[in-house]
Design a protein around this ligand. Sequence first.
Ligand code: HEC
Length: 232
Amino acid sequence: MRNTPTNPVTSRGRWMRPLVAALALTTLAGCKPLDDGMVAIFGRSMRDQRSFDPYENTRPAPEHSVAFAAGNFPTADGVVNLGQPEGVAIPPFTQFDLGVPGVGGPTIQGLVNPTDPTSAQSLARGEELYLRFCVVCHGPDGVGANAYVAAKHPLLPAYNVSGANVAAYSDAYIYAMIRVGRGLMPEYGSRITHYDRWHVVNYVRQLQRQAGTLQAQADAPAPAPDADGGDE
Ligand code: HEC
């Protein structure tokens, strides 16, 4: 401290001390009284400030940019929006429509894969997303036992996305599974958009082809839920 006692800043600081102490005391009773005290003294509190709201875009949109609605934005509370292109009617669905775990029922009607399931572009995109979102739990080859978290997640080996069970499910079922999740599987609808979900479905099919489980299914839209006797 090399300040002289006559420093105006220091003397004003000394005068402020009881006030600061009083304000500090009010914090013992929580923030609201402190805020009220600040408002009473200064006319405003820390809460009245020019700051960003949670999730508010901190940068203004670039000039000439065109705003668009995110595909996954729900149209109403509780509505599951599929992010379908406008004009295409698809019924909303929930996890309950997915049916019994292990039995991929054909309960999701009206979901039709709009992508070319074997195009190299779609498979490349699907692989990119699969490696980003799914691989940790379902393994690089779709075999749960090969997943990185398999040791910590004893249920995963029972769910092989490249296995015969999932090969018998419809594209729509796998799409819906990605969209709303089920049980211990989180939903990825908020992170993977409509078309990208189909690319992931196509890539899962590719894994099944490689595993030799998809063989005769070709483009058959209707799944046979109990074709292999079902499982859990
Ligand atoms: C956090 C771990 C985790 C991640 C990441 C994950 N899953 Fe799953 N997945 C599971 C679990 C656990 C189940 C079993 C769900 C149940 O208990 O009903 C499952 C089940 C499935 C099933 C149904 C299997 C069956 O036999 O019924 C499919 C299809 C599937 N996941 C696809 C995906 C795809 C595609 C992704 C990436 C977008 C993904 N999963 C990401 C954990 C995960």
